[in-house]
Ligand binder design. Structure first.
Ligand SMILES: Cc1cc2nc3c(=O)[nH]c(=O)nc-3n(C[C@H](O)[C@H](O)[C@H](O)COP(=O)(O)OP(=O)(O)OC[C@H]3O[C@@H](n4cnc5c(N)ncnc54)[C@H](O)[C@@H]3O)c2cc1C
Length: 286
């Protein structure tokens, strides 16, 4: 069945206050931002008979602003907006790089960061950077607002901790102090554009003066039901020099924190092998 416009109720609030009030009265309405994911399910008729809350006119939620402690990205900022923002390009290049690899130009011009998160696909490309930057998600409803650590927002495939009547307002990313010694992003798909990830990685590494690891953060997408930080490998390398033995063992430990599957895009075996290669590339600084 295709999408049938005459079966839906479309709500188009003009202010954030109005949006939250209307959502409180219709807590099961489906939010609509850039529509890139929405239109896929719309075409399958999955929204027929539903109420749709179009939040795309909430201009203040498209702003990206830098403060003393970090950058705040409005939920309606598009992947193209993020790539153009100087502070994001300078301080959080893993995220702008990820945005430049989402779909292709048309998707980047319409798709929003808030929509990418709320859609909660295991293959969301912006997720590994947000996981290693330890972003925080500002969620709001008519009754309350709360700050959700990015690493706690997902509970499963297409599932988040957002409650009925709650919207993502913005994402906050704290500046990194000190700056990392090494940063890494790599998406592996079938093509350079319009390809969902087989695996997608982001890493940050801080080395002390004597070459020991003072901190490592590494996250993988498309390797489990949701983005995963490699806690076992992160913990193992702490305080160690990155010798070939240490790198080998960290790559072995990778499997402890992920559970890749065979699907239309790849096999579990390929995903594991390539992800280990990415971690090795990152740790050996090649
Ligand atoms: C051809 C194609 C290629 C793609 N390629 C990629 C890719 O390579 N990598 C990738 O990561 N993604 C990809 N996507 C997915 C998509 O473009 C992104 O997830 C996009 O960021 C979604 O944002 P949107 O504004 O379009 O969301 P919408 O489609 O408007 O909404 C998506 C979901 O989020 C909810 N929602 C939206 N905004 C909010 C909010 N502020 N608060 C609460 N809920 C909200 C909606 O109800 C809906 O469930 C692709 C999609 C298409 C169609």
């Amino acid at each position: 069945m295709r999408g049938a416009p005459d079966t839906i109720i479309l709500l188009r609030p003009r202010s954030t206050r109005q949006a939250l009030e209307v959502f409180a009265q219709n807590p099961h309405a489906v939010p609509l931002a850039g529509g890139t994911d929405f239109m896929v399910s719309w075409n399958m008729g999955l929204h027929n008979g539903k109420t749709v809350l179009d939040i795309s006119a909430l201009r203040s939620w498209r702003k990206i602003s830098a403060a003393k402690t970090g950058v705040r990205i409005g939920a309606l900022a598009t992947h193209a907006d993020l790539q153009r923002h100087p502070a994001l390009r300078r301080e959080f290049s893993l995220l702008t790089e990820a945005c430049s690899e989402i779909g292709a130009a048309a998707i980047q011009n319409r798709g929003t960061l808030g929509g990418n998160i709320a859609n909660a696909s295991p293959a969301g490309d912006s997720f590994p950077p947000q996981a290693v930057y330890e972003a925080k998600v500002h969620a709001v409803s008519a009754q309350a607002r709360r700050l959700i650590p990015f690493n706690e927002i997902f509970v499963g495939v297409k599932k988040t901790v957002l409650r009925p009547g709650e919207l993502i307002e913005s994402v906050e990313i704290p500046f990194l102090k000190p700056r990392p010694s090494r940063q890494y992003f790599r998406k592996v798909g079938t093509r350079a554009a319009q390809a969902l990830s087989k695996t997608v990685a982001a890493g940050l590494l801080w080395l002390s003066r004597d070459g020991r690891v003072s901190e490592m953060r590494f996250a993988l997408g498309s390797m489990a039901t949701m983005v995963r930080r490699l806690k076992s490998a992160e913990h193992f390398v702490q305080g160690k020099k990155l010798t070939s033995e240490v790198i080998d063992h960290a790559c072995e430990l990778l499997a402890k924190d992920v559970s890749p599957i065979d699907d239309v895009r790849s096999t579990a075996q390929y995903r594991l092998k390539v992800s280990r290669n990415l971690l090795r590339e990152f740790l050996s600084g090649r």
